[in-house]
Design a protein. Structure first.
Length: 111
């Protein structure tokens, strides 16, 4: 699977859809490599383009443009509260990032 999302991330995405009045929209995830080799991410609600890779996980439709597919291959989008932070946030666990440290096993999403 190109990009997986966790159930916690899907719950937060659904809440954002409701709060923002974005019913019927898909979540677009984009990535680009920075000069230092790390990866910069962007997310937003959008309509599908002709060349987008599309998937559905936990009832969330995901869109990825061809320019981001290589960088997002094997990545996981999660929603957690990091130990040093007080507020929960989205995080990307991406083996394509040079600073990636594998987490504990994350289960495959349910359709």
């Amino acid at each position: 699977m190109l990009l997986r999302i966790t159930e916690q991330a899907a719950d937060q995405i659904r809440a954002s859809i409701e709060e923002g009045g974005m019913q019927g929209m898909a979540l677009r995830v984009a990535a680009r490599r920075l000069e230092d080799g790390t990866i910069d991410y962007a997310m937003g609600f959008d309509e599908a383009g002709d060349n987008d890779t599309r998937s559905e996980q936990y009832g969330i439709e995901l869109l990825i443009a061809p320019t981001s597919t290589e960088l997002l291959s094997g990545a996981i989008l999660d929603f957690v509260t990091p130990e040093e932070e007080k507020a929960p946030q989205f995080i990307f666990l991406n083996p394509n990032d040079p600073h990636f440290v594998p987490p504990e096993a994350v289960p495959d999403p349910k359709p």
